[in-house]
Ligand binder design. Structure first.
Ligand SMILES: Cc1cc2nc3c(=O)[nH]c(=O)nc-3n(C[C@H](O)[C@H](O)[C@H](O)COP(=O)(O)OP(=O)(O)OC[C@H]3O[C@@H](n4cnc5c(N)ncnc54)[C@H](O)[C@@H]3O)c2cc1C
Length: 473
């Protein structure tokens, strides 16, 4: 069989059943990655995410070439160009079988359906589910419907994973192909994605991802439950950039968590709170991908709870700019937003604080924040980002109740008690003590004495305004 493997968000050799199948069934195998910058722009992909993608492609190409598989690079530039690009390749190399893994957001699904329609009469199109431990449709309620609430989803997910022992990973196939086709060079930059100047903190490639996973499981997972909410503690895995591009798989994460803690069974995670909580986060990832699959309207700028579209969001470009630039006068919000701009990543607790601040304190449309996050996050992922935003804005499924609105000062006192995280990203507050730093002007600092913006809104008044608006829905 002569096969073509199409890489997308599965940039790895290990635990890649689709690639293993392509290798096993073929005597001729080439791989392709299609650059689609025009569509990535419409998806608001961050320059740092694209930069990381190119670096991951480089290491992927080297690993594939070690096994005689050339990675070819083609340019769309739109998703809509993929069918003709693949058709041309199939024709050029006399391909019998095209392999790829599913992706669940709407545009990706429509792209794949168009590819299958275009090629199915001439080529065998083999597709697989590898982005999640359990794919959409595998976890359903007793009534055979998709879950909309996380806890029953999680319980059913655990049962199913236990039954299938679904955390076991697939070994990479050790097979060497003979190829007279050379891999294409990987561009080091992509036009349109060069603006954001940050030093990437993530080393590209499977090896680096596996090392980070190992270190996290060895040194941090036991205390994950205790540390994960404190942005100044390096207590989470920071594996999200790898998971988003499929450099590492969620199954590999679960296997490693179970292995390191010497747990043989997914149900025994209850014995270790750190492991149990971390695996729960991986299940949130699965949950949001399932939501995206079964409720494609969320990909069409719609809130999950449609009636929340009647909220009269404010139009205030000054407030939006202040939020984006970390200049709201609320130190913990500003520190979080500046972490995003500076590093391309933001701690989960801060994503919640800043997202809730935009949507329910500034009362600005959550979709503006969702887009800004995507434009800057190295781990920007439609399902998780949309799910996270709709959770915070109380427009989503199983979202936080509308009347729960984080008070930034209290959040700051609880989760950055020493103020050191704020000091790291807001140097103008560096000299303030750990009482005053959480809300300087409320705690006695005179405006003229500090080079920092006054709070741009009155938290209490805005909170009440939001609650009244939601009540009226
Ligand atoms: C408003 C908002 C926007 C978000 N946008 C994204 C995004 O674009 N991409 C993204 O990967 N995550 C997003 N998240 C989820 C979460 O903040 C990040 O996954 C997490 O901070 C990544 O850090 P980590 O790898 O150290 O996570 P860990 O705490 O180590 O968790 C392990 C993995 O579980 C998954 N995960 C953890 N929390 C969540 C969650 N709440 N929802 C879905 N998956 C989760 C991630 O893949 C993460 O890498 C968002 C959350 C919020 C509130």
């Amino acid at each position: 069989m002569r096969s073509l493997y199409w890489f997308r968000s599965d940039l790895r050799l290990a635990d890649n059943f689709a690639l293993a199948e392509a290798m096993r069934t073929s005597d001729f195998l080439i791989a392709v990655f299609i650059l689609t910058p025009a569509t990535w722009k419409t998806h608001a992909a961050a320059p740092c995410k694209i930069q990381f993608l190119l670096e991951n492609l480089k290491t992927l190409s080297e690993s594939l070439w070690n096994q005689g598989i050339p990675l070819l690079i083609r340019k769309g530039p739109f998703f809509a160009d993929c069918p003709k690009v693949l058709e041309k390749l199939c024709h050029q190399y006399d391909i019998d079988n095209l392999h790829f893994n599913h992706e669940y957001p709407l545009d990706e699904r429509e792209r794949d359906e168009a590819v299958t329609r275009r090629l199915a009469s001439s080529v065998l199109v083999s597709t697989y589910h590898q982005q999640l431990v359990l794919s959409p449709g595998e976890v359903l309620s007793k009534q055979n419907t998709p879950f909309q609430i996380f806890t029953p989803f999680k319980n059913a997910w655990l049962v199913k994973v236990h039954e299938q022992q679904a955390w076991h990973t697939y070994k990479a196939v050790k097979k060497k192909f003979k190829s007279n086709i050379n891999p294409d060079p990987i561009p080091s930059r992509l036009k349109g994605f060069t603006g954001q100047k940050i030093d990437l903190c993530w080393q590209a490639g499977e090896k680096a991802a596996q090392k980070n996973l190992k270190v996290f499981c060895r040194d941090k997972i036991d205390n994950y439950q205790k540390h994960r909410d404190y942005p100044n503690i390096d207590g989470t895995s920071q594996l999200s950039p790898y998971l988003v591009q499929g450099v590492i798989s969620p199954r590999q994460c679960i296997t490693a968590a179970l292995d390191v803690c010497d747990l043989l069974d997914i149900f025994s995670i209850k014995k270790n709170e750190g492991v149990a909580t971390w695996i729960s986060e991986i299940i949130w990832r699965e949950f949001y991908h399932h939501i995206t699959h079964f409720h494609p309207d969320v990909c069409r700028y719609k809130p999950f709870k449609l009636k929340t579209d009647n909220i009269p969001w404010r139009h205030d470009s000054n407030a939006l700019e202040a939020w984006k630039n970390g200049m709201t006068g609320f130190p913990i919000v500003d520190a979080g937003m500046r972490q995003l701009l500076k590093t391309g990543w933001m701690h989960n607790r801060l994503r919640m604080i800043t997202a809730m601040f935009l949507s329910k304190v500034l009362l600005l449309d959550w979709r503006l924040g969702e887009k800004h996050f995507m434009e800057h996050l190295i781990d920007g992922d439609f399902a998780a980002n949309n799910g996270g935003w709709q959770w915070c804005a109380s427009t989503g499924t199983d979202a936080v109740p509308y009347f729960r609105i984080f008070n930034p000062t209290i959040q700051s006192q609880r989760f950055d008690p020493s103020g050191d995280f704020i000091r790291r990203f807001c140097p103008e507050l560096f000299h303030l003590n750990n009482k005053v730093i959480h809300n300087p002007f409320a705690f006695g600092v005179k405006p003229g004495d500090l080079d920092y913006v006054l709070p741009i809104v009155d938290y209490k008044a805005m909170r009440q305004r939001t609650i009244n608006l939601f009540k009226r829905l």
